[in-house]
Ligand binder design. Structure first.
Ligand code: BES
Ligand code: ZN
Length: 461
């Protein structure tokens, strides 16, 4: 990288961080309807920063839900057009009492910025905005055309983004989509993602009597939805970790032997992983390694339960309601709608005649797996190697970014997924943070990436 660019980056270090902190101080929690004005304020701040970076046609575009922020710079005729996708919405901050510093007051400790959304995804999409800013400031123009789509509903399933892509197909026409919304394999070990899991999410409500009852006067003769919901959940998986929903595994694409060999060769120690999480033992499906379980096998998990008395001390009560939220991570080629129907039907068949049940599918998304030999991915690997001094490892991830499949299917663009976060940065949890060293490294990598992508012929399938 030329000295002038390095100098510019050095000079702007603090101001780039200040722009990140500005975004992090806005509580853009998409699931919380009372925060809709904050979500919109965040969209406007993203737009301001896109303009400041030198993008044109910057607009906060309305959808049926939270807005999408768009911006472009199309001054590289004949060169490919790189779409950059990210999300400015964040997960709720609760339990807020477990944060060391307030979730929307970005605080730097030990070279990391702590705030909700730091690594997921404000600190990551901003890397590309700052790369554009730095390239325009230090060399006047970009080596490729760029379009930015930063959405506000990723954490609630991107429900209005696929229609947005369909509606604005021409505006969004591009040759590839770059997404930084994931993690590096480990500190200093960059990765390119070629697979993500999908999702099917459910809520189950069981109801018994019309109200809570005295557990002595009525207990033993009246159904207990709390007990029944436990019994029901317990019947969904067997002791070897296999999910007991008929048909659930029918479309699961098995791991290729080469993939298993590659995963086994990665520098990953299961015992270290266990100790780092401080669990007495790991869990999961028999016959698969931890990486295989996390990346390429479907799951069924309890996300939360609500029932009866949970206050201090004892209260003798027979609750009349119980609720559980369950999610399945899916893998190619499981279809979220098909799985939702199978799970719903099976759960309904397990409900005893003593309680009433309402089983609802809340949202879902498809898993994704990409071929690894696209020239754009090779270009990305070269850019990463130039910055990190080592080639990236090719990995899958257990999390979901369902819109990646829509980008492929609606806009016909391959996804280049390069994460600059780390999986222990507490995404979705208290004390979320991002390593600022990786933030700046991400900016340099993104500049190299745009440079390398300039050499990929436009219009490739
Ligand atoms: N950035 C994450 C997904 C992710 C995390 C991918 C780590 C790879 C590595 C994203 O914001 C997220 O949390 N997505 C949700 C999707 C859901 C709401 C449809 C998820 O995975 O739970
Ligand atoms: Zn994210």
């Amino acid at each position: 990288m030329p000295a002038s660019v390095q100098e510019y980056l050095e000079e702007k270090r603090a101001s780039f961080e200040a722009d990140l902190f500005e975004l992090l101080s806005i509580p853009s929690v998409s699931t919380d309807s009372t925060r809709a004005p904050e979500v919109r304020r965040c969209a406007r701040e993203v737009a301001r920063q896109l303009r400041e970076a030198g993008l044109t046609k910057v607009e906060v575009m309305d959808t049926a839900g939270h807005p999408v922020v768009y911006g472009e710079r199309l001054n590289a005729p004949g060169k490919p057009t790189v779409l950059v996708y990210g999300h400015y919405d964040v997960q709720p901050e609760d339990p807020v009492e477990l944060w060391t510093s307030p979730p929307f007051k970005p605080t730097v400790r030990d070279g990391k910025v702590y705030a909700r959304g730091a690594t997921d995804d404000k600190g990551q999409f901003l890397v590309h905005v700052k790369a554009v800013q730095a390239m325009l400031a230090s060399r006047g123009e970009l080596p490729v055309n760029v379009k930015f789509v930063i959405e506000g509903e990723e954490e609630i399933g991107s429900r209005n983004l696929a229609p947005f892509l369909r509606q604005h197909k021409d505006l969004l026409k591009a040759d590839m989509v770059v997404i930084s919304d994931s993690a590096m394999f480990a500190p200093g070990i960059p990765s390119i993602l070629y697979g993500l899991r999908g999702l099917a999410y459910f809520q189950i409500d069981l109801t018994g009597a019309d109200s809570d009852l005295h557990s002595g006067v009525f207990g033993g003769a009246v159904p207990n939805p709390g007990f029944e919901i436990c019994r029901l959940v317990a019947r969904l998986k067997d002791a070897s970790g296999r999910i007991l929903i008929p048909g659930f595994y029918d479309k699961v694409r098995e791991l290729e032997p080469e993939e298993r060999a590659e995963y086994a060769a990665l520098p990953f120690d299961e015992e270290e992983f266990r100790a780092g999480l401080n669990v007495p033992a790991l869990d999961g499906e028999e016959g698969y390694t931890v990486l295989e379980r996390r990346w390429a096998r479907p799951t069924l998990e309890v996300n939360g339960m609500l029932c009866g008395f949970t206050g201090e001390g004892a209260k003798t009560v027979l609750p009349n309601k119980a609720m559980v939220k369950i999610s399945c991570r899916l893998v190619p080629d499981q279809e979220p709608e098909e799985i939702a129907a199978l799970v719903k039907a099976h759960i309904e068949s397990l409900v005893p005649p003593t309680v009433r049940a309402n089983v609802r599918a809340l949202h879902g998304g498809k898993g994704w797996i990409a071929p690894r030999n696209h020239p754009a991915l090779k270009a990305a690997a070269r850019a990463i190697e130039r910055e990190f001094g080592r080639p990236p490892v090719f990995v899958r991830e257990g999390g979901s970014i369902p819109i990646v499949v829509d980008f492929e299917q609606i806009l016909r663009v391959p996804g280049i997924l390069v994460g600059f976060g780390l999986n222990d940065e507490n995404l979705h949890a208290p004390d979320e943070h991002m390593d600022l060293g990786n933030f700046h490294r991400g900016i340099r990598t993104s500049m190299l990436l745009l440079e390398e992508l300039a050499g990929v012929p436009a219009g490739l399938p």
